[in-house]
Design a protein. Structure first.
Length: 566
C-alpha cells in the first residue's frame, strides 16, 4: 500500500461539515494551552465523536474504517507487534490478506508510526482507521499477561528450588526472594486491572497454586503454578499490607495501595488458613474508575425521578439493600456526588472508604482502636452535618443512632443486607429498633442486584430452552411473544458472552399508607400494602424489562429470581 498522505485534521472536519470554523478555532486555542491532541480536544468538548473523526479520515484517505467493537481479534496476529510499540503508535494488527498485514491505526496520517510499524513487522502493510478508545481496549484484551505470569511463577519456583523455606522466620532478611515475587505480583495486578477484575483469588491446592480473577461477578482461572511459590506470595502481600507475617494459623485482613497502569488502586486483602496453606482474596478498588452518574446506573426513568427528589430532602433515612457485590456503595456514592454542593456538609463513616469524593469528610472505621461505626457516628453528629452516609447498619446501636439522626434533621444514607425492599423495615425491627422509629424515619428503601450485560460484539438470537420457557410462563410472560438474545462468546468478552454489568432495582417509597402499615403490629398487613404499591415494579419486573430490551439473558434473570426467592 502507498504511504498515507498527511492531513490537517481540523480543516478536514470543517470541510466535511462535522464542525464549524468557530469550534475549530476554539479547539485550536485549547490545544495550544493544554498540549493535547486536537482530536482529543474536539471529542472532550463534544463537538464530534471519535467515530466521526475516524470515518472522516477514512473517507479522505480512501481507506476502510473498522469498528473494533464488532471485530473478533486474532491474538497470534496482534502479538506480532510488541505491546509497547502498539501503544506508542496506536496500532493493532488485525488480519492477513493478499500476503499483507492489515493494521488498524488511530491516526493513519502518522507517517513516522506507519514507517516504524512496517519496519517492526518486516511485512508490507495495509492500513484501516480505528477509533483510539476501541483500539486501546483491544490492546488491553490482546496483550493479556497470562504467559508472563506463568513464566514468572516458573522462574520463582525454580529460584526457590526444592528446599522448603520458612518465610515466616525471614524477618531479618526479608528482601531475599523479593525480585521475582514483586514482578509476579505487579504483572498480576496489571492483568487484573486491564480486564476490569474486581477480585483476585490466590488459592493453594494439593500440588498446585490457583490464581483466579472475578470479572463481572464470575470467577475465571488466570493461571496455575507450583504450590511452593504460595508462601512467598503471601509473605510479600502481608508485608505490603502491614499484617503479622509470623501468624499463619489465624485469618487476617488489611489493605494497601498500588499504582497500576498510571491509576491508583486500593487493595483490600483477606487471608485465611486452608489445608494446603494460606489463601488470599484481594478486592481491587480503582480510585478513578468507580464513580457512575445516577442516570448511568440503569434505574427505570420514573424511579430515578422519584429517587432524585428523595435524596434532596433535608431529613430521613434512605436504605440501599442487596447481597455483597450488588453495587450498593456505587448507588449511594452516585447519589452523594449529585447532592455534593458547597452548601451541604457531608460526612461518611465507612469500612473501608471505597471511593474518594472531593469536598466530603470521609472517616475510615478502625475496630482495633475502638473507632467503631457507632462511636464515629456519634462524633459525626457533633460536626454539624447535613448528610451522613453510614457504610453499613451492622448492629442495633448503629441503627438506632442513624434513625435518631434521621428524625432530628439529618439525611442519612446507609446499606443493609436483605433480600428485597419490603423486608428491610422488619430487619431493622429484628435488630431491636423500635417500630415507631423505623416507620417515621425511613423515607425509601432500594433493593438492587447486578446482572451481566450481553456482549454487544457477539450478540445473536437465542432459542429458549424448555426450562427457560417454563420459568417465563410461571412469571406470566408469554415466550412466544419474546425475541431473546445471548452472547456467542468472542475475544471482547473472553468467550463468556457477557461484557459489563447493569443494575436492576426496586424502590419502596414510604408514603402515608405504608408508614401507618409499618407502625402496625401485623407484619402480614404491611407486606400486603407493600406488594400492592410495588406491583409491576419489582426487581424481577425490572430484570425482565432489561431482557426484553436485549441487554441481558433469560438465564441471568432466572439467577436474580433465585436470589430473591431463597
Amino acid at each position: 500500500m502507498a504511504r498515507p498522505e498527511k492531513v490537517r485534521m481540523g480543516d478536514l472536519l470543517v470541510q466535511q461539515k462535522l464542525i464549524s470554523q468557530e469550534q475549530l478555532q476554539f479547539a485550536l486555542d485549547q490545544q495550544k494551552r493544554s498540549g493535547r491532541k486536537l482530536g482529543r480536544v474536539l471529542v472532550d468538548n463534544a463537538f464530534v465523536t471519535e467515530e466521526q473523526i475516524s470515518e472522516a479520515l477514512a473517507k479522505q484517505l480512501n481507506i476502510p474504517y473498522i469498528n473494533l467493537k464488532y471485530y473478533n481479534i486474532n491474538l497470534e496476529l496482534v502479538r506480532q507487534l510488541p505491546e509497547n510499540q502498539a501503544r506508542r503508535f496506536r496500532s493493532i494488527v488485525l488480519e492477513e490478506r493478499n500476503g499483507m498485514l492489515l493494521v488498524g491505526m488511530a491516526d493513519p496520517t502518522d507517517l513516522f508510526g506507519f514507517d516504524e510499524v512496517t519496519r517492526i513487522l518486516k511485512r508490507d502493510i495495509d492500513v484501516a482507521v480505528v477509533t483510539e478508545g476501541q483500539l486501546l481496549e483491544s490492546i488491553d484484551r490482546g496483550y493479556r499477561r497470562t504467559e508472563e505470569i506463568s513464566g514468572l511463577a516458573r522462574e520463582l519456583s525454580e529460584e526457590l528450588g526444592d528446599s522448603y523455606i520458612d518465610f515466616g522466620s525471614m524477618t531479618d532478611n526479608v528482601g531475599v526472594e523479593e525480585a521475582p515475587v514483586v514482578k509476579l505480583l505487579q504483572t498480576m495486578f496489571d492483568d487484573a486491572t486491564q480486564i476490569r477484575a474486581s477480585d483476585v483469588h490466590i488459592e493453594p491446592q494439593e500440588g498446585k497454586l490457583m490464581i483466579r480473577f472475578r470479572i463481572d461477578g464470575a470467577l475465571h482461572l488466570q493461571t496455575e503454578a507450583d504450590n511452593k511459590i504460595a508462601p512467598a506470595l503471601v509473605l510479600r502481600l502481608k508485608l505490603m499490607s502491614g499484617l503479622d507475617i509470623s501468624e499463619k494459623r489465624l485469618p487476617q485482613d488489611g489493605r494497601f495501595h498500588v499504582r497500576v497502569r498510571e491509576q491508583g488502586v486500593d487493595v483490600r486483602i483477606a487471608t485465611c488458613p486452608t489445608q494446603y496453606g494460606e489463601a488470599v482474596v484481594m478486592r481491587l478498588l480503582r480510585q478513578d474508575g468507580g464513580m457512575v452518574g445516577l442516570d448511568k446506573l440503569g434505574m427505570p426513568a420514573e424511579m430515578l425521578k422519584r429517587f432524585r427528589e428523595i435524596i434532596r430532602r433535608s431529613n430521613g433515612m434512605i436504605l440501599v439493600t442487596g447481597p455483597t457485590g450488588s453495587g450498593k456503595t456505587t448507588t449511594l456514592y452516585s447519589a452523594l456526588s449529585e447532592i455534593n454542593t458547597i452548601d451541604q456538609k457531608i460526612i461518611t463513616v465507612e469500612d473501608p472508604v471505597e471511593y474518594r469524593l472531593p469536598g466530603i469528610n470521609q472517616v475510615q472505621v478502625n475496630e482495633k482502636i475502638g473507632l467503631t461505626f457507632s462511636s464515629v457516628l456519634r462524633s459525626a453528629l457533633r460536626q454539624d452535618p447535613d448528610v451522613i452516609l453510614v457504610g453499613e447498619m451492622r448492629d442495633a446501636e448503629t441503627a438506632q443512632i442513624g434513625l435518631r439522626a434521621a428524625m432530628t434533621g439529618h439525611l442519612v444514607l446507609s446499606t443493609l443486607h436483605t433480600r428485597d425492599a419490603a423486608g428491610t423495615l422488619f430487619r431493622l425491627v429484628d435488630m431491636g429498633t423500635p417500630r415507631f422509629m423505623v416507620a417515621s424515619s425511613v423515607q425509601a428503601v432500594i433493593a438492587q442486584r447486578l446482572i451481566r450485560r450481553i456482549c454487544e460484539s457477539c450478540a445473536e438470537p437465542h432459542q429458549l430452552s424448555a426450562q427457560e420457557e417454563e420459568w417465563l410462563k410461571a412469571e406470566n410472560v408469554d415466550p412466544a411473544q419474546l425475541s431473546t438474545v445471548h452472547g456467542r462468546g468472542c475475544s471482547h468478552c473472553n468467550g463468556t458472552g457477557y461484557h459489563g454489568r447493569i443494575g436492576v432495582y426496586e424502590m419502596l417509597e414510604m408514603g402515608r399508607e405504608l408508614v401507618e402499615a409499618a407502625a402496625h403490629d401485623s407484619t402480614t398487613h404491611f407486606m400486603q400494602v407493600a406488594r400492592k404499591h410495588m406491583q409491576g415494579k419489582t426487581l424481577i419486573d425490572n430484570a425482565l424489562n432489561q431482557m426484553r430490551l436485549g441487554h441481558t439473558t433469560v438465564n441471568e434473570v432466572m439467577r436474580i429470581s433465585n436470589q430473591t426467592e431463597d
